[in-house]
Design a protein around this ligand. Structure first.
Ligand SMILES: NC(=O)C1=CN([C@@H]2O[C@H](COP(=O)(O)OP(=O)(O)OC[C@H]3O[C@@H](n4cnc5c(N)ncnc54)[C@H](O)[C@@H]3O)[C@@H](O)[C@H]2O)C=CC1
Ligand SMILES: O=C(CO)COP(=O)(O)O
Length: 333
């Protein structure tokens, strides 16, 4: 298959290596000409230290490189997905498969990433997500993900393109669930990092992850996602990897914030996109709009955007009104 990957950060590059190994003819597109030249000349990507890009990958900074390709994968940070899809749209008429692998929610509108690409291109878009740090995928470490699309045939074609012995791909019809799980868990991972940075323990993190998943699923379902998706790879699977891995940019940013580093400085020190920072604002807005209770996300928003002290935020989460883990209906059983 002829493939273009639109976005040459860590994730786009890791997927370019994978698809090249799968026998596809891959062009890696960069937003910046200088970045594209550097990749072509050095075969190294600073976002993936120690990984050498294989011979045979092509590099471009021109969206026209998508012309006539069979699959285009959008892999930029979320803030750049709409503009990138807009730039690529004139070249996609003969491309049957469009894929989004970005994890975020558009600020202000609340749209998911596949929705942005769809709006800009007028086409159905497959979403790919799951516990999949680029640092590990680029080194061939076995990984599992989900591809979602209401059109099963499109999902299965994308599954076939990515699947191999080190990259297991499941399909799902629940694009909303897959994308919301991906975007919202980043907020919880950032909070898990904050707890680590403040020196709290494994109990605290397990509490945060479990109750975090509950509120992620609550908002997801209010936005049309299926409950069971949050028990899958793009839900609890991705939550586990992001809250526990030192590869996670969200967790690393959180650790710094928990240690007292100012938010903007923490993101600068991480040096790659911290999607949970942006998702906290979008999730907070969506929760208000849909009237969904999301106490952890609300606390994250207050810490990240209003300067609230993280210790004080955690303390007030612990002392919220007492409640039940079960829904009211369960007590009647
Ligand atoms: N890194 C990872 O392990 C994984 C990342 N993701 C998701 O993939 C998305 C991209 O993540 P990464 O590749 O890690 O990000 P990154 O932080 O490595 O991305 C940096 C890239 O963004 C590009 N960029 C900057 N401004 C741009 C613009 N205006 N237009 C287009 N591109 C621009 C830069 O050229 C650079 O190549 C995020 O949503 C992330 O959550 C998903 C799974 C794994
Ligand atoms: O989504 C990811 C892994 O599945 C990447 O997480 P970070 O953005 O926190 O590094």
């Amino acid at each position: 298959m002829q493939v273009t990957i639109a976005g040459s950060g860590g994730w786009g590059t890791a997927l370019a290596i994978l698809l090249h190994e799968n026998g596809h003819d891959v062009t890696l597109w960069s937003h910046f000409e200088t970045e594209s030249k550097q990749l072509a000349e050095t075969h190294q990507n600073p976002y993936l230290p120690g990984v050498t890009l294989p011979e045979g990958l092509h590099y471009s900074a021109d969206p026209a490189c998508a012309q006539g390709r069979e699959m285009v994968v959008f892999a930029t940070p979320s803030f750049a997905v709409r503009t990138t899809a807009h730039a690529f749209a004139p070249y996609l008429a003969e491309t049957p498969l469009l894929v989004s692998v970005t994890k975020g929610i558009e600020e202000g509108t609340g749209y998911r990433m596949s929705e942005l690409v769809s709006q800009e291109t007028g086409r159905t878009v497959v979403a790919l997500s799951g516990p999949s740090h680029a640092e590990e995928v680029s080194r061939g470490i076995p990984t599992g993900v989900v591809v979602a699309c209401p059109e099963r045939e499109l999902a299965e074609r994308v599954q076939n393109a990515f699947m191999c012995s080190r990259f297991r791909v499941y399909t799902s019809p629940d694009t909303a669930g897959i994308e919301l799980g991906a975007a919202l868990k980043n907020v919880i991972a950032l909070c898990a990092g904050v707890c680590d940075g403040m020196g709290y323990g494994d109990n605290t993190k397990a509490l945060l992850m479990t109750r975090g998943l509950a509120e992620v699923a609550r908002l997801g379902m209010a936005l049309g996602a299926h409950r069971e998706t949050f028990a899958g790879l793009a839900g609890v699977g991705d939550l586990i990897v992001t809250c526990t891995s030192m590869h996670s940019r969200n967790r690393r940013a959180g650790i710094l914030i928990g240690q007292g580093v100012p938010v903007q400085e923490a993101m600068k020190q991480v040096g790659a996109v911290v999607e949970g920072y942006y998702a906290a604002q979008s999730a907070w807005e969506l929760a208000q709009r849909k009237n969904v209770d999301m106490p952890i996300t609300e606390a994250a928003y207050a810490v990240l955007y209003e300067g609230r002290d993280p210790r004080e935020a955690l303390n007030s989460l612990m002392l919220r009104d007492r409640t039940s883990e079960a829904e009211d209906a369960a007590w009647a059983r």
